[in-house]
Design a protein around this ligand. Structure first.
Ligand code: CO8
Length: 258
């Protein structure tokens, strides 16, 4: 695994832990951090021995947004020609499941990055917000779209218009996070959850990710049909044979992830 400046990457068995590590800037997401997360996850995604990622930050901040200092002097033309931050699209196309383990602030691009993951586990002191309006801008890494799908129009509109932060309780109540865990236990719990996911068939886990994500992009009829077709194709995998044989034989399955 390559070495990086703004992130730490560790593998534990079938789980990869990617930690945003710019403590002096509360993990603000600059261009280099994006490129490092994109590169590290590309390498890990291609590794069949890895079954789940955990993306996390520090106790104080998952990420306090895109790097305001780096962006502040950019012109619209520079943003456009560089297609600023479009690299994050590559992160969202990873096929390995990704859990965001969020302690502390997940603001602006930080909240948007957490929402790009497959689900969020929140520490009980986590805070989520889209405060871009305070800077005279708007969310630009998908926040207006993913937040609206996650929490509905009323709360997304209120959060983006006022910049109000919500705490972990409100985030769970609104459907933004899957579960709240005491802050000190968050990373261990995220890793345990990732180990559980990684112990399943990676073929089936990849399919789950694909069909649940399709629910965002298709109508119900097309989505149900798509799910059925992918379900049918699951029967082409060795893991389907093994999983069902193990059930019938009353033993634990031994998935080979193919
Ligand atoms: N960018 C750059 N530096 C940051 C950021 C940031 N987003 N957030 C914090 N920092 C830096 C601070 O400048 C400070 O540095 P220094 O010590 O050199 O002054 C250091 O981190 C510590 O921060 P604070 O002293 O402010 O810490 P506090 O505990 O007092 O406050 C807060 C914590 C409330 C999180 C506060 O830092 C804050 O409000 N941060 C900014 C939050 C914000 O506005 N985020 C949205 C940014 S815009 C964005 O994300 C747009 C995404 C879309 C981009 C799409 C491009 C196409």
């Amino acid at each position: 695994m390559s070495s990086y400046e703004n992130i730490l990457v560790e593998t534990r068995g079938r789980v990869a832990i990617i930690t945003l590590n710019r403590p002096k800037a509360l993990n603000a997401l600059n261009d280099l951090t994006m490129r490092e997360v994109v590169a590290a996850t590309a390498e890990l995604d291609a590794n069949p021995e890895i079954g789940c990622f955990v993306l996390t930050g520090s106790e104080k901040a998952f990420a306090a947004g895109a790097d305001i200092k780096e962006m502040s002097e950019k012109s619209a033309t520079q943003m456009y020609t560089l297609d600023w931050f479009s690299g994050w699209d590559q992160f969202t196309s990873r096929r390995t499941p990704v859990i965001a383990a969020v302690n502390g602030y997940a603001l602006g691009g930080g909240c948007e990055l957490a929402m790009m993951c497959d689900f969020i586990l929140a520490g009980d002191k986590a805070k989520f917000g889209q405060p871009e309006i305070n800077l005279g801008i708007i969310p630009g890494m998908g926040g207006s779209q993913r937040l609206t799908r996650a929490v509905g129009k009323a709360k997304a509109m209120e959060m983006c218009l006022t910049g109000r932060m919500i705490d972990a309780e409100e985030a769970e109540r609104s459907g933004l996070v899957a579960r709240i865990v005491p802050a000190a236990e968050l990373l261990d719990e995220a890793i345990r959850t990732a180990e559980l996911i990684a112990s399943k068939s990676k073929v089936a886990a990849t399919m789950v990710k694909e069909v649940v994500n399709a629910a965002y992009e298709t109508n119900l009829q097309q989505g149900v049909l798509y799910e059925r077709r992918v379900f049918h194709s699951a029967f082409a995998s060795e893991d389907q044979k093994e999983g069902m044989a193990a059930f019938v034989e009353k033993r634990e399955p031994n998935f080979q992830h193919r």
